[in-house]
Design a binder for this molecule. Structure first.
Ligand code: F6P
Length: 318
């Protein structure tokens, strides 16, 4: 194999640039020719392919987003779209592909590997919703962004003696809410994996107020409802003023944390090693601090394991 390419796909995540840098520089050191595909699978179909050298990834390790841009492609979900993508890879002489993205991007990578393109996936999503790996690139930075917001909300909630409901991202995965809620000392963390009883929640809010608590911070995962509606209900039922904050896409931006930069660098390095060894249809991840790789199919079928110990700790400390 002489030429490899890298693309980012799906929602961007802080640390994707660090992963692109690691892939490009590791591959160049191993004497591969390296291409960058812009706008994910959509750009691949359209031939938006550029050559990469060491300097094309200079000064990006600290930058959020992705210099290659990203997209969600409907055309790639069709067989004819995927055929166009493979033809494009052939045209540019690309034999190996590194896909940085989440669940949907990995499903695309799996299809390409069935069409004889050596493909390796790197998990990049703030959601941390790929159960085969302990962490995905971008999760740590997103959690720190939420924490910063929680700290600020706590100041104003305490001054006004209000309830504050903070809605965080994560699709159907509650990890961003769980980690930021525990680290931010939230009174309540509401997760899709657990569900909640609204009347009990309101009862707890009232009890806390009666005990003299000046604020009540509730972290709500987007996969279980909206902050606006919940805050309104709490105010109606308890009579305590409540405000909602939806953090939204702020969670996707910003300079990647140290942990995300290192994770991205390790993942990128391993992904190129796998291509060099002639592997295909694999994804890299991290388990108990060690970098791992496994078959894409296997990885996509790992059942989700909810960290109920962490949830119990958060409740015990609230
Ligand atoms: O998958 C990352 C993510 O930010 C989710 O947490 C969120 O539900 C979704 O993407 C938002 O997607 P979009 O950027 O298309 O609005």
């Amino acid at each position: 194999m002489k030429t490899i390419a890298v693309l980012t796909s799906g929602g961007d995540a802080p640390g994707m640039n660090a992963a692109i840098r690691a892939v490009v520089r590791t591959a160049l050191d191993k004497n591969f020719t390296v291409m960058g595909i812009e706008r994910g699978y959509s750009g691949l179909i359209n031939g938006e392919i550029i050559s990469m050298d060491r300097s094309s990834v200079a000064d990006i390790i600290q930058r959020g987003g992705t210099i290659l841009k990203t997209a969600r492609s409907e055309e790639f979900k069709t067989e004819s779209g995927r055929k166009k993508a493979v033809q494009m890879l052939k045209k540019f002489g690309v034999e190996g592909l590194v896909v940085i993205g989440g669940d949907g991007s990995f499903r695309g990578a799996r299809e390409l590997s069935k069409m004889s393109v050596a493909t390796i996936g790197i998990p990049g999503t703030i959601d941390n919703d790929l159960p085969y790996t302990d962490f995905t690139i971008g999760f740590d930075t997103a959690v720190n962004t939420v924490l910063d917001a929680i700290n600020k909300l706590r100041d104003t909630s305490t001054s006004h003696e209000r309830v504050s409901v903070v809605e965080v991202m994560g699709r159907n995965c509650g990890d961003i809410a769980l980690y930021s809620g525990l680290a931010g000392g939230a009174e309540n963390i509401i997760l899709p994996e657990i569900g909640y009883d609204r009347d009990k929640l309101c009862g707890d809010v009232l009890k806390a107020k009666n005990k003299g608590k000046l604020h009540n911070l509730i972290v709500l995962a987007e996969g279980i409802g909206g902050a606006e509606a919940l805050a309104r209900k709490i105010q109606d039922i308890t009579g305590i003023e409540a405000r909602a904050t939806k953090l939204g896409h702020i969670q996707r931006g910003g300079s990647p944390s140290c942990m995300d930069r290192i994770l991205a660098s390790r993942f990128g390095y391993r992904a190129v090693e796998l291509l060099e060894n002639g592997d295909s249809s694999r994804v890299v991840g991290i388990k108990d601090g060690k970098i791992i790789d496994l078959d894409i199919d296997e990885a996509l079928n790992v059942p989700r394991h909810f960290d109920d110990k962490l949830y119990r700790i958060a409740n015990a400390l609230a």
